[in-house]
Every structure is written in structure tokens, then in C-alpha cells.
Design a protein around this ligand. Structure first.
Ligand SMILES: NC(=O)c1ccc[n+]([C@@H]2O[C@H](COP(=O)([O-])OP(=O)(O)OC[C@H]3O[C@@H](n4cnc5c(N)ncnc54)[C@H](O)[C@@H]3O)[C@@H](O)[C@H]2O)c1
Length: 362
């Protein structure tokens, strides 16, 4: 088993990574938050696959499990789903120390976490992430929330979990496109913090795509460690946590112009990283070689390196609505080299445009 520890000023927790961990989860949860009742929150897709073995394991050690299954997908990450969670918790009389356990991707994790942060002013929270993105990113760090018509994740809270349990074998049922979105986030971590991970991912691309157990444990452990370090340095996102947004300013513009749902977030992040790196090269901040290496790595995993996107005018419009635009200047997170990142708001429109043009299919 691999394990990563998060140590924050007021809270410490472990992230355990092990093939087959789901069926051992009951005891691991009981060791940290023993209680008569717990809530198991999932979405219908993941629940049909994995809720039974997890619930069995929880019941075996003495939990009474109340289960709430939400509709799957980003479009259900809303106040109505949160309300369903509160109702379910109230009906089953969950108490102040009853843990809420999230089983699912980032959508389930963010919503179950928010409900746990607010139900009875906060109850213990455990994450069992089932998508690669949730394993390496959203389940670590305590950001929770949901979407409103005005925008994504506008209502939320910081609520750190008591424990994160990751079983990489569940990735075998994850749709390939969703897996690749998680891989894009891993590549992002490698670029911002870890040149050796970048090289390792290139060498192990085939084993990662084949979901080899040992390789996946290592991939997840290395990525969780990067996310953990960033979170420990900057829990509430006042500084370096912004580096995790590498590629995101372009990605949001890509998602907005492509039409939400057409392109998945991780796919847009992959393209966004390329665009930001191209802009960085154009501004003389980084070597062209980094752009080439990034392109080769994305390609090795079958991630697209260009897309059918409109011209720059729409880019500017979309980017002005992005939350990283301060005083009308576009704030970009740019690589200077593998493992070295800078934040700039003074790039010329020519540099920004060269990034966008680089990922447009001609
Ligand atoms: N809290 C954070 O720090 C943070 C960070 C990044 C992203 N997020 C959030 O995460 C969300 C995206 O997460 P996601 O990509 O996991 O999306 P998701 O939760 O919608 O999962 C993607 C799809 O895969 C299915 N699925 C998940 N695991 C599966 C499995 N093992 N087998 C079969 N199907 C499975 C789900 O049912 C869903 O249909 C967004 O809402 C985003 O805002 C949060």
C-alpha cells in the first residue's frame, strides 16, 4: 500500500492507495471515524458498480449505512442535488459524528463534501474517488461545492476529509475519455512541479493506458504527493495553489467557445497547457523544446493537440469572463521550464494569440 499524508495547521489526514482497497474500506474508515451510522453518497453509474462491495465492507465492521445516489454528471452538480443529500441525511437521522463517505468522481466528491461541511455545521468526511481526476486532484485539498446558473463552483466551502481511500482497480470501468482527462491533470502536475514524473510518464505511457496495478499506484501516489505539497503550502488558494490552474485560462475559453459538454474539461486543459506553453515561448520565457516535449507526451496518451476552434476574437471575449482576469488584464500561468512556473499578466496580445493559433486546426 502507498500512503501520502497531508499535514495542515489544524488537521492531518492520510491518502491510502492500494489495489482492492474498496473491499477493505470499512475497517479503514472505522479506525478513523468509528460511529453507528454513516452516509454513502454516490452517483447512479458508480453506485451500480461499486456501492455494494463498499457498503458490505462498512456494514461488516458495524456501520449502519444510509445510501443516497445522485444523478450522474456535471449538469446535476446543483442545489437540487445538495438538497437531496440533506433530506437523505435528515431522514436517516445522521448525527454530528456520522461520517459522510463519497464514492464517485469529482462531481460526487465536491457535492458530498459540501453537504458534509454544512450538515449540522459540519460532519466527518471520507473520500473514495473513482475517476482518475478525482484520485489525483479533486479528492485531495478540501475544496467542495456546486454549480449555480451564474457559474461553476460558485457556492462552496473548504472542508478537509478525515481520510481518502483510493482503489485504482475501479478505473477499469472508467470510460477511456474520462481516463484521459485524469491523465491530462497528471501531465499538468508533472509540468508545474516534477520533471522526473514527466519523463516517467513518457516511459510508462503504455502501462498506464493498460492500467497496470503497480504502475497506477505509483502514478497516483506521485500525483497526490504533488497536490498534497501544493495544498500544504497554500491551503486556501492565496498563492502557489494557483499554479494548479496551468492551462486553465485557455481551457475555459476553449470550453466556452466549443460549447460546454462538447469538449471535456481535461481535454481542454491538455490543449490549454499547449497554448499557454506556446505563448510562453513566444514571450521568450521558455525554450521551444518544452513545447515539443509536451506535445509528444500528450500524443503518447492519445490526447488531442489541436481542435476545431474559432478565431481569436472569441478567445478574448471568453477570457474576459474568466475569473483570472484582473483589472482587464489576462493573468496567465506559464511554464519557464519543466517544474518551474511563473504568473504573468503582461503578455502582449500577439503572444496570447500565438498560443491560441497553435491549437487551432487549420
Ligand atoms: N475540489 C477540487 O479541488 C476539484 C478539482 C478538480 C475538479 N473538481 C471538480 O471535479 C468535477 C469533475 O470530476 P470528474 O471528472 O471525476 O467527473 P464526474 O464525477 O462527472 O465523473 C465522470 C463520469 O465518470 C463516471 N465514473 C466515475 N468513476 C467511474 C468508474 N470508476 N467507472 C465508471 N464510471 C465512472 C461518473 O459517473 C461520470 O459519469 C468537476 O465538477 C470539477 O469542478 C474539483
Amino acid at each position: 500500500m502507498a500512503s501520502v499524508h497531508i499535514e495542515l495547521p489544524h488537521h492531518t489526514y492520510a491518502i491510502q492507495i492500494e489495489a482492492g482497497l474498496l473491499s477493505l474500506a470499512g475497517q479503514r474508515v472505522w479506525d478513523i471515524v468509528p460511529h453507528g451510522r454513516c452516509a454513502l453518497v454516490s452517483d447512479r453509474t458508480v453506485s451500480a458498480l461499486y456501492a455494494r462491495p463498499l457498503a458490505d465492507s462498512l456494514e461488516k465492521v458495524g456501520f449502519r449505512v444510509s445510501q443516497v445516489d445522485l444523478d450522474a454528471g456535471e449538469s446535476h452538480k446543483n442545489a437540487a442535488s445538495i438538497e437531496r443529500l440533506y433530506r437523505g441525511f435528515l431522514e436517516d437521522r445522521l448525527e454530528r459524528s456520522s461520517p459522510v463517505i463519497a464514492l464517485g468522481g469529482g462531481v460526487v466528491g465536491d457535492m458530498a463534501g459540501f453537504a458534509a461541511a454544512t450538515y449540522r455545521r459540519g460532519v466527518p468526511f471520507v473520500q473514495c474517488p473513482t475517476s482518475l481526476l478525482a484520485m489525483v486532484d479533486s479528492s485531495v485539498g478540501g475544496k467542495t461545492g456546486f454549480n449555480v446558473p451564474e457559474g461553476k463552483n460558485l457556492i462552496g466551502a473548504f472542508h478537509q476529509p478525515e481520510l481518502v481511500l483510493i482503489d485504482p482497480t475501479v478505473l477499469r470501468s472508467l470510460p477511456r475519455r474520462e481516463l484521459l482527462c485524469g491523465i491530462a491533470e497528471c501531465i499538468k502536475h508533472a509540468v508545474i512541479r516534477d520533471p522526473s514524473l514527466f519523463e516517467w510518464m513518457r516511459e510508462n505511457a503504455q502501462s498506464i493506458l493498460a492500467l497496470d496495478d503497480a504502475v497506477m499506484v505509483e502514478l497516483i501516489e506521485r500525483n497526490v504527493s504533488i497536490k498534497a505539497k501544493v495544498v500544504m503550502e497554500d491551503e486556501k488558494e492565496h498563492g502557489v495553489r494557483a499554479h494548479l490552474n496551468f492551462g486553465h485560462t485557455f481551457a475555459h475559453a476553449i470550453e466556452a467557445t466549443a460549447g460546454y459538454g462538447e469538449i471535456l474539461h481535461g481535454e481542454a486543459v491538455a490543449l490549454g497547457m499547449l497554448a499557454a506553453t506556446r505563448a510562453s515561448v513566444e514571450a521568450g520565457l521558455c525554450e521551444e523544446g518544452l513545447l515539443d516535449s509536451l506535445e509528444v507526451l500528450l500524443d503518447a496518451f492519445g490526447l488531442a493537440t489541436s481542435s476545431d476552434l474559432p478565431e481569436n476574437a472569441i478567445l478574448e471575449e471568453a477570457m474576459r469572463h474568466d475569473k483570472k482576469v484582473i483589472d482587464d488584464r489576462i493573468r496567465l500561468i506559464l511554464p519557464e521550464a519543466l517544474g518551474r512556473i511563473t504568473i504573468r499578466d503582461d503578455l502582449s496580445p500577439v503572444c496570447v494569440r500565438s498560443g491560441w493559433d497553435h491549437i487551432r486546426q487549420h
